[in-house]
Design a protein around this ligand. Structure first.
Ligand SMILES: Cc1cc2nc3c(=O)[nH]c(=O)nc-3n(C[C@H](O)[C@H](O)[C@H](O)COP(=O)(O)OP(=O)(O)OC[C@H]3O[C@@H](n4cnc5c(N)ncnc54)[C@H](O)[C@@H]3O)c2cc1C
Length: 395
């Protein structure tokens, strides 16, 4: 009997798991159940190049030939509706049952909306899938004014793309600062300055917003003001697709709880990508690097119980205007931020260890900082803010 591995989700994590299984020599059956009709693709370009380039193609993970060579059994566009752990089967939305020896849950998340009025309005957009990007791009080409709800990374990237396309942007954020959950106050302030310089009207601390229709166009109520826009994009985060795991009785905290090898509380079931909680940080990182590298480590562990496991610190990047912004690590409640020339933002914890580095256009220092972080280097006496001090001398 050949071993069958079933992967739920045809996104970045699902794709890298399938590729790694073959790279590691697995010659059994790999079934991929994917809700989307497309081949594996990655999402970061959707808020950047896909919106800006007239002929942007699907950002495929692998060339068509490389994907063919993986010899996968696709079940698409179909959903897994339930997991039956005792029988080791999954139930598909077309009524079929599929048995597995090993199962991978890589179901990602879905864009959140504030309520039904927003869901139903024709000129309210979200951005998660390839089709969302096509729809939004079409509208951006014909609109003059855009409201963005949410000042997180995706909202800011859409703001940058819209400004580059000449659209007037108003950005509403309920919190008092941008990206407040993931970076220090100094970084938030710098991000706001970068966007204001490009003409974005930023309204932080805006309270609850309401949506009304004005002859087919969306009107936003904020405090006592009402303004009508050609379109509204909502970027207020995602709801992780955890229902299958929850209903199957797997251990869930903020996401699916996994060990370093991606194994869930059921040894035959693994989880990867956005839905998997980082085994050390206790958070769902939701980044390109995690989706790829944690999934690669997980696929190796499916085949070899002694595989090394995943051990990277959280890292993500964002491209806005001329800035490549890299975010390494997570600030701690006791972190103190040291700013170097509004380019590097170091957050040190109470012991002088680097908890987070946010770098604007400085990949070299990020590389170095990964080593400081891994070594737990004490940086409390280092003149990090002094632009004449060479950081490279700390190699
Ligand atoms: C617009 C955008 C821009 C981004 N930019 C960046 C960036 O610049 N830098 C960065 O680090 N990260 C970025 N990210 C985050 C990164 O893309 C995600 O972390 C990554 O895509 C997660 O991969 P995943 O495979 O876990 O989930 P996904 O890519 O969401 O794939 C999950 C797939 O599973 C499918 N699925 C769900 N439920 C079922 C089911 N029951 N049955 C079958 N299929 C199912 C979904 O339809 C989806 O196709 C961005 C994300 C978005 C949306």
């Amino acid at each position: 009997m050949t071993t069958r591995i079933v992967i739920i989700g045809g996104g970045q994590a699902g794709g890298w798991a399938a590729k790694t299984l073959r790279d590691e020599g697995f010659d059994g059956e790999i079934c991929v159940v994917a809700e989307e009709a497309w081949d594996f693709y990655e999402r970061p370009p959707l808020s950047k190049a896909t919106l800006l380039e007239p002929d942007a193609a699907l950002p495929r993970l692998f060339s068509e030939a490389a994907q063919q060579a993986l010899n996968l059994n696709w079940y698409r566009p179909l959903r897994v509706e339930s997991i039956h752990r005792e029988a080791k089967t999954v139930q598909l939305s077309n009524g079929e049952q599929l048995s597995y020896n090993i199962l991978l849950i890589a179901t990602g998340g879905r864009a959140r909306l504030p309520g039904a009025a927003w869901e139903q309005h024709q000129q309210v957009y979200t951005l998660r899938h390839w089709q969302d990007a096509q729809r939004l791009k079409g509208r951006l080409a014909e609109c003059k004014t855009l409201a963005i709800i949410g000042g997180g990374w995706i909202g800011l990237e859409i703001a940058a793309s819209a400004r580059k396309s000449g659209v007037a942007v108003t950005l509403f954020e309920q919190q008092p600062a941008l990206c407040m959950r993931s970076v220090s106050a100094d970084v938030s302030a710098h991000l706001a300055a970068v966007h204001r310089e490009q003409g974005v009207d930023i309204r932080t601390g805006c309270g609850t917003l309401e949506l009304e229709d004005n002859d087919g166009l969306p009107t936003i109520h904020c405090d006592s003001q009402r303004e009508t826009y050609d379109a509204v994009v909502v970027g207020i985060g995602v709801d992780l697709n955890l229902e299958l795991a929850r209903e199957a009785g797997l251990h869930i905290d903020r996401g699916i709880v996994v060990d370093a090898q991606g194994r869930t509380s059921d040894p035959a079931i693994f989880a990867a990508g956005d839905v998997a909680q980082h085994h050390q940080y206790g958070l769902c990182i939701q980044s390109w690097a995690f989706a790829q590298n944690q999934s690669v480590a997980t696929a190796k562990a499916m085949l070899n119980a002694d595989a090394a496991g995943y051990d990277e610190a959280p890292w993500l990047w964002s491209d806005q205007y001329q800035h490549n912004i890299q975010i390494l690590g997570i600030p701690q409640p006791d972190s103190k931020t040291i700013v170097r020339e509004n380019t590097l933002f170091f957050s040190l914890d109470g012991n002088g260890r680097l908890a987070q580095l946010v770098a604007f256009n400085d990949a070299r220092t990020v590389k170095l900082a990964k080593r400081w972080m891994a070594a737990g280097r004490d940086l409390s006496d280092v003149p990090l803010a002094d632009p004449t001090f060479s950081l490279m001398s700390l190699r």
